[in-house]
Structures are given as C-alpha cells and as structure tokens.
Design a protein around this ligand. Structure first.
Ligand SMILES: [Zn+2]
Length: 238
C-alpha cells in the first residue's frame, strides 16, 4: 500500500483496493497460516507500542527502536520489550471421554478445552492443575505438553496446549459458574462428529445447530483433533 493511503478515509481505501475492513479476531482463522501469523504478530506489536508510549518509572515518552522490537526511555534508559501472557489450554480426558466447556463470551454453540492465565510464580503444570480444579473441580493425575501458539487478543498470549488425564472413577464435575457457562464430558463419537462439521465461524447460527468446536487453525482444535486421533486408533479392533 502506498504512503498516500495514510491520509485516505477507510471507505476510500476500501473502494480503491476493492475490499473491506474486517475485525481481525473474526477472520484470523479464515486466512492461510502464513498471513494469519504475520497479521497476528503485526496487530499485537502495534497494540503494544500504542499502550507503551510512556515510561512507567519516569512518566517520560519512550522511543521505539528502528526494528520496532523494543522501546527505550531516554531519561533513565529503561528498555521495554513486548510481553506475552502465558495461558494454559487443557483438554481433560478420563481415558474414554473428554471434557469440553464454554464461556459465556464464546460464539453460540461453541465448546472448547479449558483455558486460563498462569499466575505469577506458577509453573505450567501448577497452572493446569489449578485451572482444572477451579473450573470443574477435577484433580489432574497426568499431564502432557502438546503444542503452543501466539494469540494476539486481547493483549498477546502464548497459548500452551496440554492433555490432562483424571483418574477413572473420579470424574464428577462441579462447574464453576463464575468462570464457565457450561462444561460436560463428551464421547469419542460426539467429538469426532463435531470435528468433521464446519463451524459457523462467521455466519449466523440457527437454534438447532449442534455444538461445534474452534476452527482448524486454533490450537484448541489441534489439541482436540490429537485426542480424537489417539483414541480412534486405540479403539480400533485389533
Ligand atoms: Zn523513564
């Protein structure tokens, strides 16, 4: 895009480029992996610069370095680096079923793995155990790291995905309604069927649409898919 666009109105840019501005949060997962990653990094970095214009010690304006990778306070030389908050995404399983939950802020009908910010001083393992206990009242027996992903909203998180297993027979859930709207155990067949459905990520959803899962590029989707693949293999006849 040429520089003169800086003085154009949004609508003029849309007309000239024959496109339309859309909220990144809504379209991020509709893009290809490379574009999604670039846009997510750019969005997070621009927001961080915008929110760190002043030194929190001296109150003086900070200066961005050439690469945009940090800001420096000219008066006391404090260097500020962009930060990410670690978030654990946990798929709890009892060996045959997995636990999916929804927050009231989720799009209607969407269920996902449990998620929560790590508290300061906590290890990932401690955060997983605490979140699972707090949100659904279950005790994690084993946990295993799966993968991680940067998520730019609302203020850059590093999503760390884990599989957690509870003891068979200790599966009664107590949903913490301050954090979750609902949580339940789902069978392998139910989850496998939900993975095959394409969720109504943008389009309107009708009342009878069955529950659906986060879109393919979301780390929660990958975590759920991994669980389904592992359990489908082990439930195949020998
Ligand atoms: Zn300063």
């Amino acid at each position: 895009m040429s520089l003169r666009h800086a003085s154009l109105q949004k609508s003029e840019i849309e007309t000239e480029l024959k496109g339309s501005f859309m909220e990144l949060r809504k379209v991020l997962f509709e893009l290809n992996v490379k574009d999604a990653s670039l846009l997510s990094t750019a969005w997070a970095l621009l927001r961080w610069h915008d929110a760190h214009q002043f030194c929190s010690r001296s109150g003086q304006p900070t200066k961005k370095n050439m690469a945009g990778s940090k800001r420096v306070c000219p008066s006391n030389k404090i260097i500020y680096y962009p930060q990410m908050a670690p978030v654990v995404i946990t798929l709890v399983s009892d060996g045959t079923r997995c636990l999916l939950a929804r927050q009231s802020s989720f799009p209607k009908g969407m269920y996902s793995a449990l998620a929560g910010f790590c508290d300061i001083g906590e290890s990932l393992e401690e955060a997983v155990r605490r979140e699972v206990a707090e949100e659904v009242g279950l005790e994690v027996e084993r946990l295993q790291y799966s993968a991680s992903q940067h998520w730019p909203f609302p203020n850059s998180s590093l999503m760390i995905a884990c599989h957690a297993t509870v003891k068979p027979g200790q599966t009664e859930i107590h949903v913490n309604l301050r954090e979750l709207e609902a949580a339940a155990w789902f069978s392998l067949d139910e989850v496998a069927a939900a993975l095959r459905r394409k969720g109504p990520y943008i389009r309107q959803q009708d009342e009878t649409f069955p529950f659906w899962l986060p879109p393919k590029l979301a780390i929660a989707h990958q975590l759920i898919k991994e669980w389904v693949e592992k359990h489908s293999r082990s439930s195949l006849p020998a």
